[in-house]
Design a protein around this ligand. Structure first.
Ligand code: ZN
Length: 379
């Protein structure tokens, strides 16, 4: 990084931590998106999609497969490799989807319309097809919840723009049929809308499309309870920051806390945007409380620097400004189903980060996102 860039980054890091709830405690939260989501089915599926000419624009399109047994086993070991002030191990808040595409039903119906299934069903099918990688994974998920390694929270019902999927199904789009036949949902080249990402469930072009999202949120939060055994209280949008009209539906269905960017670029419809500054502890009109992820950790994204050092620097700024360190990350960094090397890099960097954190701040406290926000809401 050049000197000017370094300075710019430094100013941005401090700005993110200027406003909001303060504490002298050294609290560290790991907020990791995309658990439970099927993006790329397997190495073989990826190869078949490559042969069909589908592109791999992002590392997510290459490596983001459903977490398998080893992914979880090694993740738990990594989180257990360090202990906080009160003897607690590190914890991941897993922003998760409870539903995935029911590929079997869709093929039976000749791809007429979108059908979904619940997560345990997805794991059962994966284990039936690939016993070696997936048998026992759902049991391990539940063990991770019981022992506090994983705390799932709501990341949408599914991680898909249904508007885009439905429009492409109606046209029998060859690219969509190829990915669905490969039990994947990835590498979609264009949605046809400047404001819609194919993976962002709550993206829209016209504002009136947001009216479709209320029933999906309600159904998704009920599905979450069915899958994980408790109601979610925390939401992080699958994709772009959500339009604020979604908050009433989230609130009515039990959501109290929201992760949101420091500077939220809110889409108002047809390509118009509005900027909003947010901070930890800020409340919306419904009394829901915002949290800001003030630290970034994406160890498998090659940016030409050492992620552990960069992340430690961000944590240091957060603590100096009396904020908790809320680390934002994605499951893709800890996925080994398609490339074991990918997981090795992600989890060894995470281990190195946690060790170094403990060394620099021996009174570190590991919390999940809900524990942190319960504390914030007490003030
Ligand atoms: Zn996501």
């Amino acid at each position: 990084m050049s000197m000017i860039n370094t300075l710019k980054t430094n100013v941005q890091l401090h700005l993110k931590n200027l406003l909001g709830w303060k504490t002298n405690r050294k609290i560290l939260v790991l907020a990791v998106d995309d658990y439970g989501n099927v993006r790329v089915d397997s190495k073989e599926a990826r190869e078949r999609m490559d042969q069909a000419g589908l592109e791999v624009p992002l590392r997510f399109d290459a490596y983001d497969a459903m977490e398998n047994r080893e992914d979880l086993e090694i993740l738990y070991e990594t989180l257990d490799s360090v202990k906080g002030k009160n003897g607690e191990h590190a914890k991941v808040t897993a922003f998760s989807v409870p539903c995935n595409i029911d590929y079997d039903r869709m093929v039976e119906e000749d791809y007429q319309e979108y059908r979904y299934e619940l997560l345990p069903q997805t794991f059962k099918k994966l284990a039936d097809r690939d016993d070696k990688a997936y048998s026992g994974t759902w049991d391990l998920w539940k063990k991770g919840m019981d022992e506090g390694y994983l705390m799932p929270q709501f990341h949408g019902r599914e991680h898909i723009s249904l508007k885009v999927l439905n429009e492409k199904l109606a046209k029998r789009d060859p690219e969509i049929l190829t990915v669905l036949k490969n039990r994947s949902y990835t590498s979609i080249s264009s949605t046809g809308y400047a404001t819609i990402d194919w993976s962002a469930a709550f993206d829209f072009w016209k504002l009136e499309e947001t009216l479709n999202f209320g029933p999906i949120i309600e159904d998704g939060l009920n599905a979450f309870e069915k899958v994980f055994g408790f109601r979610s209280v925390y939401f992080n949008a699958p994709g772009q920051p959500e339009h604020s009209s979604l908050h009433q539906h989230l609130h009515r269905n039990g959501i109290k806390y929201l992760d949101t960017p420091f500077i939220k670029n809110e889409h108002l419809g047809e390509g118009q945007f509005r900027k909003e500054i947010n901070y930890i502890g800020k409340k919306n009109k419904l009394g829901m409380i915002y949290n800001i992820r003030n630290v970034l950790f994406e160890p498998c994204e090659d940016r030409g620097f050492d992620w552990v050092n960069y992340t430690l620097k961000q944590i240091e700024v957060a603590f100096r400004m009396k904020h908790p360190a809320v680390i934002s990350s994605h499951r893709v960094n800890y996925c080994g189903h398609i490339s074991v090397e990918n997981r090795k890099k992600g989890l060894s960097d995470l281990k190195r980060l946690l060790k170094e954190v403990k060394k620099r701040w021996p009174d570190i406290e590991f919390m999940n996102s809900v524990e942190l926000m319960d504390l914030v809401s007490q003030k």
